[in-house]
Design a protein around this ligand. Structure first.
Ligand SMILES: Cc1ncc(COP(=O)(O)O)c(C=O)c1O
Length: 349
């Protein structure tokens, strides 16, 4: 048996050789004074690629979402988002804890979009004294808990129209926006265009070791910058890590197509195996969610059995299992993973 194949998440990626070189050679300064040329270059590059006025380097996707929500909405206002959103499930309610914001969740359709009539209802009633005012609407693209699904461009435009009519800002949790762009064959800028703000992660499929960027108007980024300082996210010679982020944006986007091909192969292979329940229509990018026949397998037993084959995968609390393909995973690794799944499933648990 050969080495470990770690398919738990695309966050397990290690920096590329070009990233390590760029990190070693990075020009540095104190970014709290705005003096780190590498951070400034990354922020400008992100803003340019996403078609916005300005950018801000943040320590993580969670921090990126939180500074954006704090910058958009005053205390007591609503964050309107899907009930399957990462911001809602996995970010500890940060906007409520730190910013006094109220989460209003809307039902999420199977591919990650939120019903337009529900968004409209949530952002109406501006002047009703009973109701918290709308502060910001959030979408997620690709949508993690829906399986890495991609939101269609025309849907984004429809949501934009609604939020413009009601003068409510629109934020994108674009942790995996590059995957969405590659899957649709469009630029990242096209996906970002309808949004007032976007957060994009550098340390998932793009393989940088740390961080993300938030982009938006100059005035928005000024407020987000203040919020980042509040959260302790003012870093000093952060160009050491921003340097890898520049390589991520310049060199690592197009290659995501390979991860998507691998995910597809894996999903189709799994669909042919006994005891696997998988909706192939949700496998659109690099994530592969599936369930096991509940009477024969517990998710924990399957994870344990695959670990014996040196293969790691993720398990959610709702009983689903997840493979995430990423930089460093080869076609041979996919074949080996499928072979191991077949062996495990053909033995009695
Ligand atoms: C959709 C989405 N948003 C935000 C995040 C948060 O990113 P981080 O773990 O860097 O805080 C994640 C992480 O998995 C994610 O999947």
């Amino acid at each position: 048996m050969t080495g470990i194949i770690d398919l738990r998440s695309d966050t397990v990626t290690l920096p590329s050789p070009a990233m390590r070189q760029a990190m070693a050679a990075a020009e540095l300064g104190d970014d709290v004074y705005g003096d780190d040329p590498t951070v400034n270059r990354l922020q400008a590059l992100a803003a340019q690629l996403l078609g916005k006025e300005a950018g801000l380097f943040v320590a993580s996707g969670t921090m990126g979402n939180l500074v954006a929500l704090l910058a958009h909405a005053p205390r007591g206002a609503k964050v309107i988002l899907g009930d399957e959103a990462h911001i809602f499930h996995y970010e500890q309610g940060g906007a409520a804890v730190v910013g006094g914001l109220v989460y209003q969740t809307l039902p999420t359709n199977p591919h990650g979009d939120l019903p337009l009539d529900r968004i409209r209802a949530a952002i109406e009633h501006h002047d009703d004294a009973h109701i918290a005012p709308p502060g910001v609407v959030c979408l997620e693209n690709t949508h993690n808990r829906c399986g890495g699904t991609v939101l269609p461009l025309d849907y984004l435009q429809q949501v934009r129209q609604l939020t413009t009519e009601h003068n409510v800002p629109l934020h994108l949790d674009g942790a995996r926006l590059p995957n969405a762009a590659v899957a649709l064959g469009v630029s990242m800028q096209q996906i970002a265009a309808p949004f007032d703000s976007v957060q994009l992660d550098l340390s998932k499929g793009l393989a940088a070791p740390v961080g993300g960027v938030v982009v938006g108007s100059t005035a928005f980024i000024k407020r987000a910058h203040r919020a980042r300082k509040l959260l302790g996210g003012g870093m000093r010679q952060a160009g050491v890590i921003a340097a890898a982020g520049i390589v991520a944006l310049e060199q690592m986007v197009e290659r995501l197509a390979e991860d998507h091909r691998h995910a597809r192969l894996l999903a189709e292979g799994l669909a042919a195996l006994p005891d696997i329940l998988i909706d192939l229509a949700t496998v659109q990018t690099n994530l592969v969610f599936f369930r096991l026949h509940a009477e024969r397998w517990s998710p924990a037993a399957f994870v344990h059995a695959l670990r014996e084959h040196n293969i790691l995968l993720g398990a959610s609390s709702d009983g689903r299992l997840r493979f995430a393909t990423h930089y460093g995973v080869t076609r041979a690794d996919i074949d080996r993973t499928l072979h191991a799944c077949k062996q495990v499933l053909s033995a009695q648990p």
